[in-house]
Design a binder for this molecule. Structure first.
Ligand SMILES: [Zn+2]
Ligand SMILES: [Zn+2]
Length: 268
């Protein structure tokens, strides 16, 4: 069975310490067909400072070790998770000119510049009002991201901030009220020939994707990748099979895997 984890991180991301080779080892043992490392390149820092250059050298070095060890046994597309590239188009074009890049996930990890630019990871979600203030800001950024298709192949984790909203709320925060924004994000991606991803967040986020997939289908979307967002070996592949089933239940027959910034389609 074709099984691809299209969203993973290594020590080339600030929030992981794992060599790419160790990620490859686990992917091979797990039985993946394909593993894409998509290390972070965020144009805003955790605290919202612009970081407008990217040092590819550590990635090239790690990638070489990975290819030497597993290149004959695993498909290993060369990916990146690009945070808010649309804010700085000229600098982003330079970053994405790296030769050999196969796959770009476009993500928004930070509040807008006007709102201070801090990472959603750092915010306070004590009350439901805190959650919805963050989500209001987030979906405006995601609309701007989706409208700049040059800077992504798939829109990353459309429901990203939800993963941090684990407070003691009367009812859990939901993206139901953002239906129109999510549909528009899906439509902008679909009409540009781009896709979305199902991010299983280490196998913990699955059912939440059903309404998003339905909107993507309604918007005429075709290309969907699936990734665990593993930052260590253990969660690699988690939730991928389940996500494939959810895709089928929502009427999709193929899953995408990217090479040279183009989707290869695999029958589910
Ligand atoms: Zn991310
Ligand atoms: Zn990620």
């Amino acid at each position: 069975m074709f099984l691809a984890d299209c969203h993973t991180h290594s020590l080339c991301s600030p929030d992981s310490e794992i060599p790419m080779v160790a990620m490859g080892q686990k992917a091979y043992e797990y039985g993946l067909t394909s593993l894409t490392l998509t290390d972070h390149c965020d144009l805003l820092s955790l605290e919202g400072q612009p970081t407008l250059t990217y040092d590819w050298e550590p990635v090239r070095k790690e990638r070489k070790s990975l290819l030497d060890a597993f290149g004959a046994r695993l498909d290993l597309p060369f990916g990146i998770e690009l945070g808010m590239g649309f804010l700085y188009p000229d600098q982003t074009r330079v970053i994405l000119s790296e030769p050999g890049l196969d796959f770009v996930i476009g993500s928004s990890h930070n509040l807008s510049l006007e709102a201070g630019g801090r990472d959603f990871f750092c915010l306070d979600y004590t009350t439901l009002a805190d959650c919805y203030a963050a989500l209001d800001n987030y979906f405006q950024s995601m609309l701007a991201l989706a409208a700049a298709p040059e800077f992504y192949d798939v829109v990353g984790h459309i429901i990203y901030p939800l993963r941090y909203m684990k407070g003691n709320y009367p009812q859990p925060p939901s993206v139901d009220r953002y239906r129109d924004e999510i549909f528009e994000i899906c439509r902008l991606a679909a009409e540009s020939g781009k896709g979305i991803e199902i991010n299983t967040w280490k196998g913990q986020t699955l059912g939440e994707w059903i309404p998003v997939l339905k909107l993507f289908k309604e918007a005429g979307g075709e290309f969907i990748t699936v990734g665990s967002d593993a930052h260590a070996p253990a969660p690699i592949g988690k939730g991928i099979r389940e996500a494939y089933q959810i895709m089928q239940d929502c009427g999709f027959r193929y899953v995408a895997n990217y090479h040279e910034r183009k989707p290869d389609m695999h029958r589910l």
